[in-house]
Design a protein around this ligand. Sequence first.
Ligand code: C2E
Ligand code: MG
Ligand code: MG
Ligand code: MG
Length: 279
Amino acid sequence: RAKKNIAENFEYFAPEIEEKTTWQLSMIRRLRNDFADRKLELWFQPQVDLVSEKVVGMEGLLRWPDNEGGYISPAIFVPLAEYSGLIVDIGDWVLEESCRRIKALNEAGFGHLRVAVNISILQFRDKQFIDKVKAVIERFGCDPSRLELEITESVVMDEPQIVIDALRSLKEYGVAIAIDDFGTGFSSMSYLQKLPLDRLKVDRSFVNDITPGKSAVIAETIVTLGNKLGLLTIAEGVEKREQASYMLKLGCDEAQGFLFAKPMPFAELMPFLQERSGE
Ligand code: C2E
Ligand code: MG
Ligand code: MG
Ligand code: MG
């Protein structure tokens, strides 16, 4: 399978492959070993309602410890995990870990919170993906609506029919769907109506454009589009108070960003939730 995926993805990596091959292959080998040794971690970043600022959910984000007490960014290793095909097994584990946490949250009295996970295009190409998602939800006895799948525009555009069919089936089962980094990819507007979406995530580059005294026309347009399509909107990468206020003024529903909380290990999340969770 790894070989097949390398072939499938070769074109994306062709420009860099000559100089980076050795480095990439050694990173992939380390990633494969560390994943097998259960060294990957899934951290969580809270998401808040912009009016009450109470936590409404969280996004699961992979962390790969390096040997110096730090972490290698998923922005670096997720593409390698995709290139090697490893992302399918890692993605299965992320789903399992998320459902385990949904169950734990429920048992701790936070059953209203949802957990979002990022899904790679290679997971959609996995013929068993839909069954795997349903099976893991059942195994942990989760409410399916507490699990949200995040897909980017490029995932949709890569394999529109496969992705639309899979999402429709999972949505029917009760799972929530969000479109991630919205506005940075090239999605056809017609797909927005074909996808069974619940939530639109305004990419942090547009939220970042909001500075005192300046309007952010793209953020505003995305929020309006989301509202008109009947979707919830969430601002990514909110770092400053004025960005939160401005997004709220535009009618954005929720926010995620360092202003409210950074991604953290699950064990650190619990005390945070005691203070900041609604209901
Ligand atoms: P993403 O899904 O768009 O995740 C949001 C990223 O923004 C995270 O980066 C998060 O730490 C960062 N972020 C959140 N708030 C702020 C803020 O206020 N300011 C700034 N500057 N950044 C903020 P992270 O954790 O490095 O993840 C990067 C990307 O890696 C993710 O982007 C996602 O595309 C990918 N990724 C992470 N975990 C997974 C996973 O489990 N599966 C897959 N397929 N991809 C993943
Ligand atoms: Mg995401
Ligand atoms: Mg994002
Ligand atoms: Mg992003």
